[in-house]
Structure formats: structure tokens, C-alpha cells
Design a binder for this molecule. Structure first.
Ligand code: UDP
Ligand code: MG
Length: 321
């Protein structure tokens, strides 16, 4: 198998046929065998029925069917676990990432690059809020980590088999795939594109998922939020020492007794706020350590139609038929 295309799908009944036919048209032009590996992330609509229907007609189409919604990043991971190709492409199902770009990625891959990621120069049809928060997130992430995670780049990318194999070896639960890909290294390059509008339906990334996704991204690759606790501590202690000196001076050498109730209350409230926020930050990390310690499978498959070579991934997931 030369090329594997991984498509995570969650409630995409409106777009999935069109996505399939666009991908098929593109991949039929590629110079080798290919598989279209759909990962159904616990859709509640007719997505899986449509997938099964397509899979019967076209032997290129394979699918993994999750027992429930495990999330976009886990769906991509499952796809990588089961992909058989020498080059693996991850693409969204909603045609925001143009499938035609895959051919350009393949060209770059043939030139010898191991990772070809697609960088968004423009995003169409997304809300101002989404664009701004995404922009902020990518910059914050970059500022807080030491590894070189490219700006404005999603999971739409091509990976060489050896990069994919490295990713398969990473067992972490809170997965931030694009960060892991940067972390792995090898020869990486970008191609630029304008991100289209979603073909139909609405985003499957509501604010809650976006928040989890960004906290996962930052905590997986950075201790800076934890270090912030010490930094804040030092700064606030310094400020308090100064305040103590002033208060002592007033008490001992002047007659002005400070009417202190409001200032006392204000400082207490402020410091308590800071302490709780920092406890929350520490909690985020502890929660993730707890998740890792439980060592549960990343996902559970209810059903699948796939290639034969899976004995090596059996430990990664539990399978019920
Ligand atoms: N997706 C998924 N599981 C989820 C949420 C999303 O597999 O829990 C898939 C979705 O079907 C799509 C891709 O991830 O193929 C990106 O989602 P979406 O287009 O809704 O995100 P956006 O482009 O709005 O950031
Ligand atoms: Mg989208």
C-alpha cells in the first residue's frame, strides 16, 4: 500500500459522500495504491451507515467505528495505528482542507521530506471569534513551548511511514497530534493554502472542545504554566515585603493609624484569587498524570473494515464485536 488517507468523521452525514468522491478523484490520479481510512468518532447520525454503503462499493474504503465519541485527536491516532501506507495523510472530512493539495504533498514527499504540513494563509467562512482565538492559541503555544510548532497549521498533513511509526510508539492519553509531529523531528516542510468554508453542517469543535484541545496542547508540551506559580510567588512576596516595611514604619514612627479594613480585605481577596488560580493550574497537570496512570486504552472499536496487518496494534485498543 502506498498511500493512506485518514479522515476523522463525527456527525458528517451531510458532507461525507462529497468528501469521498473528491478524495477518490484526487487519489485516482496518484501514482500508487491507496486506502481511504475513515474513523467514525461515535457519530449519532447516519455517518456510519453511509460509510458502510460506500465501503461495499469501493475496496479502497476502510473504516474504524468507535464505540463512542473519543475526540478528533484520538480518531487521528486510531487512523495512524491502522494505516498501512508508506505515506499517510490526515485530512478533515468537511472539505475545509482541499483534497487536491494532497498531490502537492506527495510531490514534496518524493523530494525527500518526511512531514509536509499545510499552513493556512487564510481562513474562510469561520467566525471572527474562532479566527482570533485560533490565532491567539497558536501564538501562545509557540511562546510557551521549546519545540518548534508551526503557526496556523492544523492536522492536515502528510507523514512518512517512519514518522507515523514513531507516533504509534507514543502512549500518552492527552494527545496533541500536531505537537507530537513537530517533536518527532525529521525533515519537515510546509505548503501554503487558503482554508475553505465548511461544505455543510456546522463545526464539531464547540468552545468546550476547543478549550480542552488548547489546554491539552499547552500542558503536553510545556511546564511554563507551573513555573508561572513560582514567578508570581516571588513577585508578590517582594511586593508584600515592601508593604510590610511601609506598615511597620507607619506604626512605629508616625501617628497615622491606617484605617485598614478595606485594604486588608482587598489584599486577602486578591491573594486568595491568585492562589486558587495556581492551584487550578497544578490541578490540570495532576489530572493529566492521573489519566496517564490509569493507562486505559485510548479508544474502543465497535466495528471495523480494514487491512490485515494489525497484530502489532492490538495492545493499543480494546475491541468488542
Ligand atoms: N471531529 C471528530 N471528532 C470530534 C470533533 C470533530 O472526529 O469530536 C472531526 C470532524 O468530523 C472533522 C474534523 O474532526 O472531520 C475537524 O472538525 P471540524 O471541521 O468540526 O473543526 P473546525 O474545522 O471547525 O475546527
Ligand atoms: Mg472544519
Amino acid at each position: 500500500m502506498k498511500y493512506s488517507i485518514i479522515i476523522p468523521v463525527y456527525n458528517e452525514e451531510l458532507v461525507i459522500r462529497e468528501t469521498y468522491s473528491r478524495l477518490k478523484t484526487v487519489m485516482d490520479q496518484a501514482d500508487g495504491s491507496y486506502e481511504l481510512l475513515f474513523v467514525n468518532d461515535g457519530s449519532q447520525d447516519a455517518t456510519i451507515d453511509i460509510l458502510k454503503e460506500i465501503a461495499v462499493q469501493d475496496r479502497h474504503v476502510k473504516y474504524l467505528d468507535f464505540s463512542r465519541n473519543f475526540g478528533h485527536q484520538i480518531a487521528i491516532t486510531a487512523g495512524m495505528d491502522h494505516a498501512a501506507g508508506s505515506a499517510i495523510v490526515v485530512i478533515d472530512a468537511d472539505l475545509q482542507d482541499p483534497p487536491e493539495l494532497i498531490l502537492d504533498m506527495i510531490e514534496k514527499w518524493k523530494e525527500g521530506y518526511d512531514v509536509v504540513y499545510a499552513k493556512r494563509t487564510k481562513r474562510k467562512g469561520e467566525t471572527f471569534f474562532k479566527k482570533q482565538t485560533a490565532k491567539m492559541f497558536y501564538r501562545l503555544l509557540r511562546a510557551s513551548t521549546d519545540i518548534d510548532i508551526p503557526l496556523d497549521t492544523g492536522d492536515f498533513r502528510l507523514l512518512d511511514r517512519k514518522v507515523c511509526d514513531q507516533l504509534k510508539g507514543m502512549k500518552e492519553q492527552s494527545r496533541f497530534v500536531r505537537g507530537l509531529v513537530s517533536w518527532v523531528g525529521f525533515k519537515q516542510t510546509a505548503i501554503e493554502y487558503e482554508r475553505d468554508e465548511r461544505l455543510a453542517g456546522e463545526t464539531k469543535y464547540p468552545l468546550k472542545k476547543m478549550l480542552k484541545f488548547s489546554i491539552d496542547g499547552i500542558t503536553s508540551f510545556s511546564y511554563k504554566p507551573l513555573k508561572l506559580a513560582s514567578l508570581l510567588g516571588v513577585m508578590l512576596s517582594a511586593a508584600s515585603s515592601l508593604a510590610i516595611l511601609i506598615v511597620l514604619y507607619q506604626r512605629l514612627f508616625t501617628d497615622t493609624t491606617t484605617p485598614g479594613w478595606s485594604s486588608l480585605l482587598l489584599t486577602m481577596l486578591f491573594f486568595n484569587g491568585v492562589i486558587l488560580i495556581m492551584l487550578g493550574v497544578i490541578g490540570e497537570y495532576i489530572g493529566r498524570i492521573y489519566d496517564e496512570a490509569k493507562n486505559r486504552p485510548l479508544y474502543i472499536l465497535r466495528d471495523s473494515r480494514q487491512s490485515e496487518h494489525e497484530s502489532d496494534v492490538v495492545t493499543r485498543y480494546a475491541k468488542f464485536k
